[in-house]
Design a protein around this ligand. Structure first.
Ligand code: 6GU
Length: 274
């Protein structure tokens, strides 16, 4: 996969040299190129912003450097992808913004199937809207949001989106099974996990996990996923597809919903040993 990122803070993206994503780049599973927006300015001060038409607070990113930067991304990516995706390849442009569409595991899966993504990192009050309108005449353009809160710019969101997408690429994560049994893959949150020692600070690992009884362990984990989802994410629990639940799931769900617990930040109720 090819990914281009345009930003005024290229150093923010240095974190994508670390760990699994860094190794994926070394192995050329991922070709990630970061471009400095200021390289596409022509004035002495390398100005990327100006005051908003219509007044109001803050500054808006000027369209001209963005237009040139995205033209450069188009040309550089086409050269890099030559032969892979054809002469008319275009990136899917993602624009991080608190007013974007929610970034979800489902969207991450869809993006992981694409050959070429580009990210336009806005700062200040945002990018002149014509930059997106112009790009949309040639490319697919999707504003994306991490959630209902405000960051200072798109860079941190790009770190999150690139990590969520790149880990789904074939070969990036050694154990493919660990991608299947995860929060948000089937609408349920993940079950709690434990390692040695079996007793720590007076807290015992749930006995069922030491029982060697694989059926009972699978049932306990499933119950914990349902209970945790109902407790922490009533929105997800309400959206569960009833057809995907068995009788035990429905019982656990009903019990948890009848006794939801008093505070969002309480730890889980003690696990019941089997
Ligand atoms: Cl994607 N960008 C910015 N600037 N703020 C956000 C966001 C994105 N998602 C949530 N808040």
């Amino acid at each position: 996969m090819r990914i281009d990122v345009v930003t005024i803070f290229p150093e923010y993206l240095d974190a994508l040299r670390l760990s699994l994503i860094g190794r994926a780049r070394e192995q050329e599973l991922l070709d990630l190129q970061v471009h400095d927006l200021r390289d596409f300015t022509h004035d002495r001060h390398r100005t990327v912003d100006d005051t908003p038409y219509g007044g109001g607070p803050g500054m808006v990113m000027r369209p001209e450097p963005w237009g040139e930067a995205l033209d450069h991304v188009q040309a550089a990516g086409r050269t890099a992808l030559a032969g892979v995706s054809g002469e008319d390849a275009t990136p899917h442009l993602l624009v991080p913004s608190p007013s974007g569409v929610p970034f979800t595991q489902q969207l991450a899966r869809e993006l992981a199937a694409e050959p070429w993504l580009a990210f336009a990192c806005g700062r200040y009050e945002g990018i002149d809207e014509r930059v997106l309108d112009d790009a949309a005449q040639r490319w697919r353009v999707t504003p994306v949001s991490l959630g209902d809160y405000v960051l200072n710019g798109g860079e941190v969101a790009v770190l999150a989106v690139v990590e969520a997408v790149a880990r789904l690429l074939p070969g990036v994560i050694g154990n493919a099974q660990s991608l299947v049994e995860e929060s948000h893959e089937d609408g349920l949150l993940e079950y709690p996990v434990y390692t040695k020692p079996a007793s720590w600070r007076g807290l015992d690992v749930p006995a069922v996990l030491l029982s060697g009884h694989h059926g009972a362990i699978a049932r306990w984990r499933r119950d914990e996923r349902v209970r945790r989802t109902a407790r922490r994410r009533p929105d997800l629990a309400a959206a569960l597809d009833d057809a995907a639940l068995d009788d035990a799931d429905r019982r656990v769900l009903a019990d948890q919903q009848a006794d939801p617990g008093s505070a969002r930040f309480l730890p889980e109720p003690p696990a019941v040993a089997d």
